[in-house]
Design a protein around this ligand. Structure first.
Ligand SMILES: Nc1ncnc2c1ncn2[C@@H]1O[C@H](COP(=O)(O)OP(=O)(O)OP(=O)(O)O)[C@@H](O)[C@H]1O
Length: 690
């Protein structure tokens, strides 16, 4: 059965706004109680796997996409929000170019927005660009950082991590891994999101099912793509994003402009899907830009925002009657309601017929003045709609717990993960390797390392102790090259993945620690293969000590150096979360480490000489020299004259005579652990939305 669709023409303009709103509000409730059988306000409401195929209405010219995803009980959610307000403080440039003073400007992005969305309903938020739709959606999805005032409750309770898990959030920009195929994208998400009780096979079947149901079978093995990689079409990508959220059969589904950039047929198809999801007992909220009248008819409720103020919130098919009742009727009989509402939200009043002019001018000072039209609409909302909404919000007895708590994690709200730490780690490593194999194992990187190693090998061709300064230079080059290269590769890791981390972290998909360990160890094999190739080629071509033990020790020291410098890169990336800033800081740091490394300067002033103790290149260089030469080794310093290697200036400075190598290893090990810990803390703190 369809929800009772009331033909708006049946309601005459003699109806007061209050009667219109109340009538329609009850109608939707009747539908819910008859069709989904839930008690809309109980916090433990569960409906059995309900028939999720909506009966097509006359408006559904396309076959709706059926959903039988996760045939598990669906918890229903009634979302209520009252007087939601959000203010941002941004710096504005002072009027004077010479003034360094940047005053803080307060902008009210949302001002007292209220509403109720019940299971089975599809609410659309309409409004001009910048009116606050995304901000409100983000606040309702529990993803807005900063102070949101007002009350937002889910079945009468504040946002919790269990609610987080029941909420699907599709952002405006599709945050997807471009190199994964459609199937891989959904399968990895299924492995991470679906409950432990399902086997891997069942989880993958679930992903396959979604692919079929979303009409993605034709492109299941195509890469998703992105701005720099051609992949599936925009509409298919959007459906992948919706599919990712559908995997867990969310009770509350929020979508930010799911139809933008899509052709009208695809947009219609997506909206039919959303409506069918709502009819299955879910609560669906979407923002939308300029929907066609066909799309508009699919909405149960609309919320219209103008500069962050609500001007209408109620049944979609009653909006026109409401605005008529307050003096705004469209000039033409057939008008797209969405266009009409958007014009009003922009303060553009319809052309007024001569006989209505007198009355209209009585209400609005100057209909051509958009500001006064908006003000009139806002005050009409406060007078006519808000009292009804308030009554609706407070109507359910069980919702006496409706509190003024803004979304936050409630106390004692235990986080329950769908898979163990180890399972998450394994899936994340596999997914990471799959996504980055093109980058990590790229021929270009191998070519880069091979060419540098062969060139260095040729430049240092069979250098021996008779040219000790060259040999020592080669060892220092090892420490510097394998300080710079991994550092600059690692810097990109977290800033690039931040949007994905925020998206997946917000839906409680995995622990940050499993992500962190997977991200930092997944690429390790390649990170260690490259220096191995380099050292093998350069060591033997460069004529270093022909001893297998010394070669292996040299290789191990370079590997340790790589891990330390990679840790520093990860930490800089995680703390700054900005590639430009992080690369600038990294180049300054590496330059300092290079200068104080012990090869170039041997007489540093005491007040700055301590810098060498924080330079990992210094320890690496010291260790490399230490394993290459024995304490009593001599070289021909002049014709016929032999000198102790340990007396060569660039070695003497290192003080290897009575040096315990383990201290240098310990220093590198401490840096290795310290930088990685710092990177983890940085990710915890800065890997979230600002
Ligand atoms: N963190 C922020 N910093 C600065 N401005 C912000 C921030 N959050 C929101 N705004 C401002 O608040 C206003 C509303 O933004 P929002 O993205 O919610 O609008 P919107 O209606 O979704 O717009 P669009 O339809 O173009 O996506 C905009 O003017 C935006 O610049």
């Amino acid at each position: 059965m369809m929800p009772p669709q009331q033909d708006s023409s049946n309601i005459t303009t003699h109806n007061t706004p209050a009667t219109i709103m109340l009538t329609t509000s009850r109608m939707t409730e009747n539908f819910i109680s008859v069709h989904a059988q839930p008690s809309a306000s109980s916090s433990t409401n569960v409906v059995p796997c309900s028939p999720q195929h909506p009966i097509p209405s006359q408006q559904d010219t396309l076959t709706p996409l059926p959903f039988s995803v996760s045939c598990q009980s669906l918890r229903i959610v009634t979302l209520k929000f009252e007087e939601v307000a959000y203010t941002i403080h941004s710096s504005v440039t002072s009027a004077s170019c010479f003034s360094s003073h940047k005053p803080k400007q307060r902008t009210n992005v949302l001002n007292g927005v209220s509403g109720v969305v019940r299971p089975g309903e599809l609410l659309a938020m309409l409004g001009p660009s910048g009116s606050g739709k995304t901000t409100l959606l983000t606040a309702l999805g529990g993803r807005l950082t900063g102070k949101v005032s007002g009350a937002i409750t889910y079945n009468g309770r504040p946002f919790s991590s269990s609610m987080k898990r029941k909420t699907g959030f599709v952002s405006q920009d599709d945050v997807l891994y471009p190199h994964l195929t459609v199937l891989e994208t959904l399968a990895y998400a299924a492995l991470l999101k679906l409950p432990k009780k399902l086997t891997t096979q069942q989880k993958i079947e679930q992903a396959e099912q979604i692919i079929g149901e979303l009409g993605l079978a034709g492109c299941r093995n195509d890469v998703v793509g992105g701005p720099l990689l051609r992949g599936v079409s925009g509409g298919e990508r959007k459906r992948v994003s919706v599919g990712l959220e559908m995997l867990v059969n969310p009770s509350l589904l929020m979508l930010d402009e799911p139809t933008s950039g899509l052709d009208s047929t695809t947009a219609h198809r997506i909206m039919v899907t959303l409506r069918s999801l709502a009819r299955g007992g879910r609560t669906v909220i979407t923002t939308i830009h300029q929907p066609s009248s066909g799309l508009y008819r699919m909405f149960d409720k609309v919320l219209v925002l103008s500069d962050g103020y609500p001007i209408y919130c109620g049944q979609a098919d009653q909006a026109m009657d409401y605005f008529s009742s307050i003096g705004f009727s469209p000039s033409f009989k057939f008008v797209n309601p969405a266009d009409f509402l958007l014009d009003l939200a922009n303060g553009i009043a319809p052309d007024v017929k001569p006989k209505e002019q007198l009355e209209f001018h009585g209400r609005v000072d100057n209909p051509d003045d958009h500001k006064s039209t908006k003000q009139y609409l806002i005050s009409s909302y406060k007078k006519n709609i808000y009292p009804i909404l308030k009554a609706d919000i407070n109507q359910d007895l069980q919702d006496s717990t409706f509190s003024t708590v803004t979304p936050s994690k409630s106390r004692g709200d235990e986080v329950e993960w769908n898979s163990s730490w180890w399972e998450q780690f394994k899936v994340l490593v596999r997914r990471g390797v799959q996504e980055r194999k093109h980058e990590s194992y790229s021929g270009l990187r191998i070519f880069q390392v091979m060419s540098v190693s062969i060139l260095s090998g040729l430049l240092w061709w069979h250098s021996d102790t008779s040219h000790i300064e060259d040999q020592v230079g080669l060892l220092f080059f090892f420490s510097i090259f394998w300080g710079f290269f991994p550092l600059f590769n690692a810097i990109f890791a977290f800033p690039q993945e931040r949007p994905m981390l925020i998206k997946e972290g917000s839906s409680g998909m995995y622990r940050l620690s499993s992500y962190y360990v997977a991200r930092t160890t997944g690429d390790l094999p390649m990170e260690l293969v490259l220096p191995t190739i380099f050292v093998t080629v350069t060591y033997w071509m460069g004529g270093l000590k022909p001893s297998l033990v010394t070669f292996v020790l040299t290789l191990l020291i370079v590997h340790l150096n790589v891990l330390v410098s990679q840790g520093l890169g990860l930490a800089l990336g995680a703390i700054l979360m900005d590639v430009k800033q992080a690369t600038t800081l990294a180049s300054v740091t590496m330059l300092v480490f290079l200068l104080v490394g012990g090869y170039y300067i041997h007489h540093m002033p005491a007040f700055i000489a301590w810098l060498k103790y924080i330079s990992f290149s210094h320890y690496c260089y010291k260790l490399l020299v230490g394993v290459q030469y024995s304490v009593n080794e001599v070289y021909e310093c002049q014709i016929g004259r032999r000198c102790k290697v340990m007396d060569f200036p660039a070695i003497k400075y290192l003080g290897l005579d009575n040096n315990n190598r383990w201290w240098d290893v310990a220093a590198l090990a401490i840096m290795l652990a310290g930088y990685r810990l710092l990177a983890y803390v940085g990710l915890r703190v800065y890997g979230k939305p600002h």
